[in-house]
Design a protein around this ligand. Sequence first.
Ligand SMILES: CC(C)(COP(=O)(O)OP(=O)(O)OC[C@H]1O[C@@H](n2cnc3c(N)ncnc32)[C@H](O)[C@@H]1OP(=O)(O)O)[C@@H](O)C(=O)NCCC(=O)NCCS
Length: 154
Amino acid sequence: MGIADLPVVVVNEARCHYSAWNADMLRASLGSGYRCRVLEVNGEIAGHAILSVAGPEAEILNLCICTSLRGHGLGRAFLRHLLHTARDAGAEDVFLEVRVSNGRARRLYETEGFQQIGERPDYYPGPRGREDGLVLGRRIAEGPLPEPFETCLA
Ligand SMILES: CC(C)(COP(=O)(O)OP(=O)(O)OC[C@H]1O[C@@H](n2cnc3c(N)ncnc32)[C@H](O)[C@@H]1OP(=O)(O)O)[C@@H](O)C(=O)NCCC(=O)NCCS
């Protein structure tokens, strides 16, 4: 992800999340040392992700696939790419937070080996009041990681 990608990423981000990151937050991420990635399909940005790696721990701070391209395996491929990126950077565990109501994302993470390790009551704002968050984690230090599908990652 680069500065030139931000106009598209900001639009996609706003469509993906109730508490979307704004342009300033995304721009700051680019200069922060986070691994900021866009997923390209046929030269167009199909999704974006932000990964933080600090020593043996990595955190997926953001993962988003455009609404029109969901359900085709891109989210799974992108997640797998992030796991490889985290391991290549020296991480041994990957963590993330997900809304209790986000069944699609929870199913994706569960089937990629993430397990619930905590709960954050009333963590997320939402249209019907606050909502609990789940903290998920996955060990990546040992064993093979599933390969991403063939995609264009920039
Ligand atoms: C979560 C998200 C990244 C998944 O991306 P995607 O490209 O649609 O996911 P995939 O097509 O790779 O599907 C991965 C798995 O998600 C689950 N899934 C996908 N579509 C689903 C649906 N309509 N209903 C329930 N589960 C679904 C399935 O387990 C699926 O695996 P399967 O196809 O082998 O059964 C995407 O929905 C998204 O960007 N959502 C908004 C942002 C978000 O919630 N990010 C995660 C925050 S923690």
